[in-house]
Design a protein around this ligand. Structure first.
Ligand SMILES: [Zn+2]
Length: 489
C-alpha cells in the first residue's frame, strides 16, 4: 500500500477476554466460554488464531447484482490441528453465519469479539486434517465506524483487506503468517465480469449468471486476497519469459488506460533485472472506479484507484513509480510476507526503495536528494510513528494508521544507509538472496538482519539496532553532514 491511506475508522471491540477469564476461575468444571483469541501480534493482538495451520481456502461468493446487498457465500477451510482443539477460533466479524460443518458433521458456533468460535461434535486431535465449511453472508456495506474489506465501486466491488479486514469478508485465520492456497468462485449476473487472484480455472454459465473460478498456484496471505466484480474488460498481454499479464479495467476506460497498462511488461523486466524472476503465475492491474486514497498490492492483481491515471496533475514519472511500488510488493510483501505486522517496514521500505530507484533510473529523479530529505524528516517520523521495525500501534479506531512515513521513506532510508554501509554489490546480492530464500514464505526483521550479516561477512547487529529500533536517526554512512530533526513532513 503506498501513500496517504484513506482515513478509516473502526469500532473497537474488546473487554470480553477479561470477564471470560474470571468466569473460568469460578466454575472450572463448566465448559469454558467462547473467547476471542489471537496469535499475539504486537500491533493486532486479536488477529489470527492459535492451534491450527490453514492449507487452503475455497471461497464461493454469489453477487446479487447490487453492491449494497450482502453476498451469499460458502467458505471451506482445509487446515491441520497443531494440538488438541476443543474449539476452533476463526476470525470473522461482518456477516451472518448460517451453519458450520467440521469434517462433514454439523458444529455449533458463536461469535466472540471479532472471532467465530466453532465447537465440533468431538475435539479434534493433533495432526488431524480439518475441513471446516461455513455458510454465511458477506456484507459489502460497512458497519458504522468499521473498516470494510469490500470496497464498493461505481460498478460493483473490489477488495482491500490490508491489514486486518479479510475477516470482514470471509471466515479465516486472518494473519499473514498463515498463508494458504486459494480457490475463489464468483457467481454474478450477466453483464458482470468477475476476476480474482491467480489464474482462471473455468467459467460456467447457468441461466442468467456465470460462475468464474480462479486458483492461486502459490500460497497467499488473507490480506492479499482480491475479488473484482464489475462492468469490466480483461485485457491480456505477455510479459518477460512468456508471463501472462492480465489487467482488469472498467470497459469504458480501456482505451484511455492502455498507454499506462502497456508499461507493465517493461516494469516487470526492470524488476527482474534487479531482484530475479517474477515470483507468481501472472500479474496485472485492477483499476477500480472508487475513491480509495491508496493502491494495494493484492497478489498477482494489484488494486489501483482509477484517478491515479486520470488525474491530469499527476506527473508521468510519479504514476510510473507508483506502478513499480505495487509491482515490487509482489516480491516484497506478497511472495515474502511479514511474519508479524511489526515487520511491515520490510514490505513498504522495499517497495518505496524500488519506486525511488525506478524514478532515478528512468526519470532523472536522483535517489540522493530524496534520501537527504527523508533524513531531515526521519527524527520527526520516528517520534510520531516509532522506529521502522518497532512501529507504534494503530490509532484507536484507525487500524490502517500503522501505514505511516516511518515505514515508507523512513524505512527506505534505512535501506539506503545499509547500501552505504555494505556497498552496492553486496546490497544487490542481499536483495536477490532475500526474495529467493524466502519465496512463498514469511520472514522477519531478524531474518533480514541475519542474511545481511552473512552476505557482508560482518556482524551488523549494532547497525540494525540503531537504524531499525533507535528513537533517533543514526548518522548516515558517507554523509556525516546530513542532519535530522530540522524539518517536519
Ligand atoms: Zn506499499
Amino acid at each position: 500500500m503506498p501513500h496517504t491511506p484513506r482515513p478509516r475508522t473502526r469500532r473497537v471491540t474488546s473487554a470480553m477476554l477479561a470477564s471470560a477469564v474470571s468466569v473460568c476461575l469460578i466454575a472450572a468444571s463448566a465448559p469454558a466460554p467462547a473467547v476471542p483469541l489471537g496469535i499475539g501480534d504486537r500491533l493486532f493482538p486479536h488477529l489470527g488464531n492459535p492451534g491450527y495451520d490453514v492449507a487452503s481456502y475455497d471461497l464461493a461468493f454469489t453477487y446479487p447484482g447490487a453492491n449494497n446487498k450482502p453476498l451469499t457465500a460458502v467458505t471451506t477451510i482445509n487446515a491441520q490441528a497443531k494440538g488438541r482443539l476443543d474449539r476452533i477460533n476463526l476470525d470473522f466479524a461482518h456477516g451472518i453465519v448460517r451453519s458450520v460443518d467440521v469434517n462433514g458433521e454439523p458444529a455449533s458456533f458463536t461469535g466472540a469479539g471479532e472471532d467465530l468460535v466453532v465447537t465440533p461434535e468431538a475435539p479434534v486431535s493433533r495432526g488431524t486434517p480439518m475441513r471446516i465449511t461455513v455458510r454465511h453472508t458477506s456484507d459489502p456495506v460497512s458497519a458504522k465506524g468499521q473498516d470494510s474489506g469490500w470496497v464498493r465501486t461505481e460498478d460493483g466491488l473490489v477488495m482491500a483487506n490490508q491489514a486486518d479486514a479479510a475477516h470482514l469478508v470471509f471466515p479465516c485465520n486472518d494473519h499473514p503468517s498463515d498463508k494458504a492456497i486459494f480457490t475463489i468462485h464468483v457467481t454474478a449476473p450477466d453483464g458482470y465480469t468477475a476476476v480474482a487472484n491467480g489464474r482462471p480455472a473455468g467459467a460456467d454459465r447457468e441461466g442468467r449468471a456465470t460462475t468464474w473460478t480462479y486458483r492461486t498456484e502459490h500460497p497467499m496471505a488473507t490480506e492479499l486476497a482480491q475479488v473484482s466484480i464489475g462492468r469490466s474488460s480483461v485485457l491480456h498481454r505477455t510479459g518477460p519469459r512468456g508471463l501472462p499479464v492480465r489487467d482488469v479495467v472498467p470497459t469504458k476506460d480501456r482505451k484511455r488506460l492502455e498507454p499506462w497498462l502497456a508499461k507493465t511488461p517493461g516494469q516487470i523486466a526492470w524488476m527482474e533485472r534487479r531482484v530475479g524472476p517474477y515470483p507468481f503465475e501472472t500479474y496485472g492491474l485492477l483499476v477500480a472506479q472508487a475513491q480509495t486514497g491508496f493502491e494495494l498490492e493484492t497478489q498477482t492483481l494489484s488494486l489501483f484507484e482509477r484517478e491515479l491515471f486520470t488525474r491530469s496533475t499527476n506527473p508521468k514519472w510519479y504514476v510510473e513509480s507508483i506502478m513499480v511500488h505495487e509491482l515490487s510488493h509482489q516480491w516484497f510483501g506478497d511472495s515474502v510476507s511479514p511474519r508479524t505486522w511489526s515487520d511491515l517496514w520490510l514490505n513498504e521500505g522495499h517497495a518505496t526503495w524500488y519506486e525511488a530507484l525506478y524514478a532515478e533510473e528512468t526519470a532523472h529523479r536522483p535517489m540522493e536528494p530524496r534520501m537527504k530529505e527523508a533524513y531531515e524528516a526521519s527524527d520527526s517520523w520516528r517520534a510520531t510513528g516509532g522506529p521502522p521495525a518497532a512501529p507504534k500501534g494503530p490509532e484507536p479506531g484507525q487500524k490502517i494508521s500503522i501505514f505511516r512515513p516511518n515505514v515508507y521513506d523512513g524505512a527506505a532510508l534505512a535501506l539506503y544507509a545499509l547500501r552505504q554501509e555494505i556497498g552496492r554489490p553486496v546490497f544487490e546480492r542481499l536483495e536477490r538472496a532475500w526474495v529467493a530464500l524466502h519465496q512463498d514464505g514469511t520472514a522477519s526483521t531478524a531474518d533480514f538482519e541475519q542474511l545481511a550479516s552473512a552476505l557482508s561477512g560482518r556482524d551488523l547487529s549494532r547497525f540494525f539496532k540503531a537504524w531499525l529500533y533507535g528513537e533517533k536517526t543514526p548518522p548516515m554512512p558517507g554523509h556525516p553532514d546530513w542532519k535530522s530533526g530540522q524539518a517536519t513532513k
